[in-house]
Design a protein around this ligand. Structure first.
Ligand code: FES
Ligand code: FE2
Length: 375
């Protein structure tokens, strides 16, 4: 598995897949990984992971969610309420979602606003976070409004995503240099969903990053359209790209056909530590796994479509893609929740990730190294 090499082209991946089909093979890591189960059970480890999420540039949302001036999204990231909004100058800024009077969250949910008025006593903030109005201001003698704007959080847009770093300094934004374009400009937001799952965020993440489970777990959902244990696995920086091929790829046995990923490859881009952008036919999904507790994760999903909306001849394509995806997601969550319930039972001291699960090895080794970097 190459490390930090340029990602393969679609044509190269397709050739790799066809070779794997012929050889009954899949990409294999050179090493396996033993992950102590204690790392899923330890409150200290969990707190350290939250600390990493606050200090690493992490995905807040797709850029297109904040598609115009005043478009905003609030959510908690690593346990901290944040507000991101696109300003009149076109820039996305994120702030700690805490009024500078007494801490009330100044915005809720998502939408579009000309500014933010705290619902408690009415202090008002501009899209750039500045404090613009304090009712009955004479009650705060000496208040320096210029110094009481919302507290900013370092924010950059890269590859079609908004990244925030709550506590900068430990990792530079250069960790994002390896991230290619993930979400093209012509995509649209189809659906934003937030769900809570009774499983550790890493257990949930693991379910996305290997194809070794496709036949047993997804026997009637994904498997009839895909392959069991057949992936092309690449690394870029601390991130992974895991390719899940569809059976329709066989059409490229015909060498005269121009090779394209459309409808034959699903790319799962794991953006370290806790986000993914996954391509499906007629659908792209951005996911953030937000740890709430050792055994609880909030999953933010943005279903994006560009192609389907433009494809007037097939308006049901997006719905079909969602249904296809939902069936598999239910199966994966059932596995994760079952694992979660067994974790503390002492059945395992370590989990062994095999050579087919190389993206998990890269995830856990990157996580260990990043945590050590913070010590
Ligand atoms: S807490 Fe926001 S105005 Fe008082
Ligand atoms: Fe799965």
């Amino acid at each position: 598995m190459p490390n930090d090499a340029a990602l393969k082209t679609d044509a190269e991946v397709i050739q790799n897949v066809l070779d794997h089909i012929d050889g009954w093979s899949t990409d294999e890591a050179t090493e396996t990984w033993l992950e102590p189960v204690e790392n899923y059970l330890s409150q200290d480890r969990f707190e350290a992971e939250l600390g990493l999420l606050r200090r690493y540039p992490t995905v807040f949302c797709p850029s297109l969610v904040l598609d115009r001036t005043g478009a905003f999204l609030t959510r908690e990231a690593a346990g901290v309420p944040l507000l991101a909004v696109r300003g009149a100058d076109g820039r996305v800024r994120a702030f700690r979602n805490a009024c500078r009077h007494r801490g009330m969250q100044v915005a809720e949910g998502c939408g579009r606003a000309g500014g933010f008025m705290c619902p408690y006593h009415g202090w008002s903030y501009g899209l750039d976070g500045s404090l613009v109005h304090v009712p009955h201001e004479e009650g705060f003698p000496g208040l320096e409004k210029a110094g009481r704007g919302l507290v900013p959080v370092q924010t950059v847009e890269r590859g079609g995503l908004v990244f925030v770093t709550q506590e900068p300094g430990a990792f530079g934004d250069d960790v994002l240099d390896v991230i290619p374009e993930m979400i093209p400009d012509d995509e649209h937001l189809h659906l934003y969903d937030v769900a809570e799952v009774a499983a550790n965020w890493k257990v949930l993440m693991e379910g996305f990053l290997e194809g070794y489970h496709i036949k047993p777990t997804h026997r009637e959902s994904f498997y009839p359209h895909g392959f069991d244990n057949l992936n092309v696995v690449e690394r870029f920086g601390r991130n992974n790209r895991v390719v899940f091929p569809f059976r329709a790829i066989e059409k490229f046995r015909d060498a005269s056909r121009e090779r394209s990923a459309d409808r034959v490859l699903s790319y799962n881009n794991h953006l370290f530590p806790n986000a993914m952008v996954i391509t499906f036919p007629d659908m792209r999904v951005a996911l953030v796994l937000e740890p709430l507790a050792l055994d609880r994760t909030r999953v933010h999903s943005w279903a994006l479509n560009g192609r389907a909306l433009k494809n007037e001849a097939n308006p049901a394509a997006t719905q079909a893609a969602m249904a296809f995806l939902d069936a598999g997601v239910v199966e994966d969550r059932a596995m994760a929740c079952s694992i979660q319930r067994s974790l503390a039972g002492g059945g395992n001291q370590v989990f062994e990730f095999g050579r087919y699960e190389g993206a998990l090895t890269h995830f856990h080794s990157s996580l260990r190294d990043a945590l050590e970097h913070l010590r």
